[in-house]
Ligand binder design. Structure first.
Ligand SMILES: Nc1ncnc2c1ncn2[C@@H]1O[C@H](COP(=O)(O)OP(=O)(O)OP(=O)(O)O)[C@@H](O)[C@H]1O
Ligand SMILES: [Mg+2]
Length: 361
């Protein structure tokens, strides 16, 4: 099912301002759409509006061509998994999963088939007769998913379903959820504040901040072409290095003339349009060149972190501004020493310092 949000806004009663505004979004039927953003940006609010658990203050919500604004939650053909996926402690896993179907007075044979099918997919068949207290956190999480799956919803809504799990289990469940989505093909909308989850799971990411969409698109677009400074800083680890400076003669001059760099031919025209204006230059840690070029940046390396295949250098410009550089693990760097690095011209991100918007295409 296709989910379309048309200029959606939310104003909670008793609040001065809109919590969400001007949300335009199209989620295709096979999408695994991840809604990403910092705490309080309105992710849960948005998901609950799609679920019919929050009213919609303005704009239109469509499932395929049908306007859903006034359709009650129970008639929306959705299933939602919450962060606190409370299972009924006195019921077996089987009964927990069967519960919603039993409430709808489905036939016993239908219920049994659906529960077993979901259990099989989630690999919890062996625990169907256990109580929630006798299985692990990850297994409980799968029961919560199974409970939603047996209803065969048209849209699957998940609000931080993995946040209660430890790092290793979370990684494992991430892969399982992607696998599950591939085999079920149900439109999925998944809320998280974890950029790694978004980058690894999503077919489409929607990054929000302060109730507005900052960028929507494929994961690699976020990494390679962040639409503004907020996106640039939010996506990627280590965080993208950002330098303040200005454009003169079509070149970027860092603050205090600490270094300069020429944009690539592809970026030259867009950058030239900002002649004389303050501009922020972004470059990811892995796009520094260890062989000197015509345009170098000189840094002092404070800390070298050895990760095996790469080293992370925590460094300073003479101005004291900090930066992070990743280099291949076999290269040698001394803490306390100064080094020159080139900047990969094809990997420069230019932003207007005034608006934060991306300059180069
Ligand atoms: N029922 C409510 N009434 C009034 N304000 C609310 C209500 N629910 C949420 N808000 C406010 O709306 C804003 C967005 O909240 P929301 O829960 O959607 O954020 P979130 O992105 O899901 O955050 P988190 O990552 O912490 O879960 C917050 O400022 C919150 O205080
Ligand atoms: Mg939330």
């Amino acid at each position: 099912m296709k989910v379309v949000l048309n200029n959606i806004g939310k104003k909670y009663e008793g609040r001065e301002d809109f919590t969400l505004r001007n949300i335009d979004l199209e989620i295709e039927s096979q999408d695994f759409c991840v809604i990403l953003g910092p705490s309080g940006c309105g992710k849960t609010t948005l998901l609950r509006m799609i679920a019919g658990l929050n009213s919609i203050s303005e704009g239109d919500l469509y499932f395929n061509d049908k306007r859903m604004n006034k359709v009650p939650s129970k008639d929306r053909d959705i299933a939602m998994v919450f962060q606190s996926y409370a299972l009924y402690p006195h019921m077996t896993v089987y009964d927990n999963m069967a519960f919603s179907l039993a409430m709808r007075r489905e036939q016993k044979s239908v219920i049994d088939a659906r529960v077993r099918e979901a259990a099989e997919l989630l690999q919890i068949t062996n625990y169907l007769h256990s109580k929630p207290s006798d299985i692990s956190g990850g297994q409980r999480q799968r029961v919560a998913l199974g409970r939603a799956m047996v209803r065969k919803p048209k849209v699957f809504l998940m609000d931080e379903p993995l946040s209660n799990l430890d790092a290793k289990l979370r990684e494992h469940m991430r892969v399982e959820l992607v696998r599950l989505h591939k085999s079920l093909g149900t439109t999925s909308i998944y809320v998280t504040h974890d950029q790694t989850e978004a980058m690894t799971m999503a077919t489409k990411i929607v990054l929000m901040n302060e109730g507005k969409i900052q960028q929507a698109g494929k994961p690699e677009e976020f990494y390679n072409k962040p639409a503004n400074l907020f996106v640039a800083r939010f996506i990627g680890s280590p965080t993208m290095n950002i330098f303040q400076g200005r454009i003169e003669n079509g070149q970027f001059f860092a603050k205090d003339n600490l270094f300069k760099v020429s944009p690539s031919a592809a970026d030259a025209e867009a950058v030239k349009a900002f002649e004389g204006q303050p501009v922020s230059l972004g470059i990811r840690s892995e796009r520094f060149l260890t062989t000197a070029t015509d345009e170098n940046v000189e840094v002092r390396v404070d800390v070298v972190e050895m990760l095996g295949k790469e080293k992370i250098l925590y460094a300073n410009l003479i101005s004291g501004d900090e930066l992070v550089i990743s280099v291949p693990g076999h290269l040698h760097f001394e803490e306390g020493q100064s080094y020159k690095f080139g900047l990969d011209q094809g990997a420069l991100h230019f932003f207007s310092t005034e608006t934060g918007e991306r300059i180069n295409i």
